[in-house]
Design a binder for this molecule. Structure first.
Ligand code: GLU
Length: 323
């Protein structure tokens, strides 16, 4: 069974491709625009780009500012969903849907229309409901940073930080999120206090990681097929598959269709300009560039992934080269 349908990863080619992309993006003239509704994110220098690719055999190939940390924001929703599925299994889907929303990620109308059941776990309302599922009976400052701790465990390099300035910035500016949480509560789809759900949500969004760390954190979604049954249980592999499916359909806000068309990989972006993309059984990729496009996805991060998946022939929708 070992090696069936499998070719070795061409690290030399990958390095050439990653280096080439880093140079091309570095020369870009159009960088997009930072998110500014969270004031702290507006302060980040827009003209930055980093990329890290972790392959199934444990090698990392990186380029640009791959060690610079950034606010992962909505990418944290991938890890929160994984934890909720671990804790509650398919019951998660009684409280949140798995369909692309077609409305903005912070839409209130959508919540009202669906009577408090958010369309998917990656729009803000859905992420708040997922976080509610992660809470126990602790409240206020006693609430553990469960999502941050899970990310740290996946990276396996000790502790990782939360940017307290981003936390403060989002607590003061997060009126829409508080409204969404209140609306969920009014429909009985939030079992804890709004303030406690906001606490865990805002702190997970403010986790700061570099591309190198984020690519490592996503390793459990890539999985080396040969590890299944040995280092990884079938249950974990199945969960990874499900999370990848939600990333593909709902991971890039209202640009998920365009992203699937151009890049062809499950991915999740955040308004800090990061994107985590997965090539199942092959690679976990992190890119970062703070300038966003009109859908709120990193403009140059998306372009970098488009070129990477094309040049490595990594789309999940099929190969276009013979080997
Ligand atoms: N913390 C951000 C918010 O709730 C996350 C948004 C995002 O990255 O999509 O608005």
């Amino acid at each position: 069974m070992a090696g069936r349908n499998r070719t070795d990863i061409d690290h030399e080619l990958l390095k050439k491709v990653v280096d080439g992309i880093a140079v091309e993006i570095g020369n870009a003239t159009e960088w997009g625009k930072n998110s500014d509704y969270i004031p702290e994110l507006a302060k980040v220098d827009t003209r930055q780009f980093g990329i890290a690719v972790l392959t199934r055999d444990g090698k990392t190939i990186a380029g640009g500012a791959s060690e610079t940390q950034f606010s992962i924001q909505s990418i944290s929703k991938v890890f929160a969903l994984t934890l909720a599925l671990k804790k509650h299994g398919d019951k998660v889907w009684k409280r949140v849907g798995k369909e692309p929303s077609g409305d903005p990620y912070n839409s209130i109308v959508d919540m009202e229309r669906h009577k408090g059941i958010p369309r998917n776990p990656f729009i803000n309302a859905g992420a708040l409901v997922v976080d509610d599922m992660l809470l126990d009976d602790r409240a206020g400052d006693d609430i553990p940073d469960t999502v941050r701790d899970f990310i740290a465990e996946m990276i396996g390099e000790g502790e990782i930080g939360i940017d307290e300035d981003v936390v403060a910035s989002e607590h003061t500016s997060g009126y829409t999120n508080k409204a969404l949480a209140n609306l969920a509560k009014s429909f009985d789809n939030l079992h804890h206090e709004v303030a406690d759900v906001m606490h865990i949500y805002v702190r997970q969004c403010a986790v700061a990681l570099s591309c190198r760390q984020l690519a490592r954190a996503g390793r459990y979604l890539m999985l080396d097929r040969e590890d299944i049954d040995d280092k990884v249980s079938k249950q974990d592999a199945e969960r990874a598959r499900r999370v990848n499916a939600i990333m593909l359909t709902c991971g890039q806000y209202d640009g998920s269709g365009d992203f699937a068309y151009r890049v062809g990989l499950p991915a999740k972006s955040g308004v800090g300009g990061g994107i985590l993309a997965i090539v199942p059984n092959t690679a976990s990729i992190a890119v970062w560039s703070p300038g966003l496009d009109e859908n709120g996805n990193s403009l140059l991060g998306t372009l970098a992934l488009e070129r990477l998946s094309k040049r490595m022939d990594w789309s999940i929708f099929g190969a276009i080269r013979r080997v």
